[in-house]
Design a protein around this ligand. Sequence first.
Ligand code: FE
Length: 345
Amino acid sequence: MIFRQVFDAVSGTYTYLLASRRGGEALIIDPVLEKVDHYIRMIRELDLKLVKAVDTHLHADHITALGALRDRTRCVTVMGEQSNVDVVSMRLSDGDTLRIEGLALQALYTPGHTDDSYCFRMEDRVFTGDTLLIRGTGRTDFQNGCPRAQYESIFNRLLTLPEETLVYPAHDYKGDTVSTIGEEKRCNPRLQVRSMDEYVDLMNNLKLSNPKMMDIAVPANQVQGMNQRDILELGWAVMAEQAKGLVGAPDIVLVDLREKTEQLRHGQIPGALHAPYEDLDEAIQPGGVLHALTAATGRRLVFYCAFGERSAMAVKAAHAAGLDTACHLHGGLDAWKKAGGPILQ
Ligand code: FE
């Protein structure tokens, strides 16, 4: 496995780059905007293909690189379903598996620091975001933070993992890089409480000042800019209401770009073809299945995904590959459902 921990000294943020092998797919957790060139260089040097960029929660102390990485690598941006952020292309729920080639991370919904905080467990380690820090815990006094929820998330979820599980947090301000669940249980001063009430008292009396970047970072992280706005202006989008009339139409092909797990959880549009986003480049090139399909039948490709972000990138790629009638469902399956479109469960 390739595992890199990158530190941003300005915000004290740790970013993690993961891949199962050199030359394979990569995933990045909690990337920082100012470090994008650094990540891109690492990815290139290790011969990796960045396919997913994940934020553990909406950050208040730095601007995320999710939007920038998406623009530069066409990776899928991922957060929890609770995050009030526009850029997200795939949303996770508790228990979902986040996959790239050769690696699987289990998403644990762990509210408390914020109401959209997730941890990610992978084999011998857990990425704890700001839920559990080394000898500390994430503050709970803004962004719908809640010390009770955090106590539950830490004591009833994270601390039930095997003691030897490695803990990789999203921040450290003292120079520590990794800990274990057992070590934090014994040595983390915030965890030496006898009850939830005691923990709540402790957290409510920290009297911390707001992070320096908070007023800038929170709004910036909520609005990273969506791909589908450009696509709409180019006239390559179909609105959900209008798209309902396309189901079963002989001259179009609806193409579902989501992963199998998303289809199972959220259902799909009847009659759609499945072509996962990660295999798109191959499918739209001459000789690829989608290219052949449109060449042979003259049918128009209508891409869709969960929220319209992956499909917007797919439309751009398809046009670049010469499939110039390709379009997508604006707002994705989410908009489709809101418009009352039929769903195959
Ligand atoms: Fe945070």
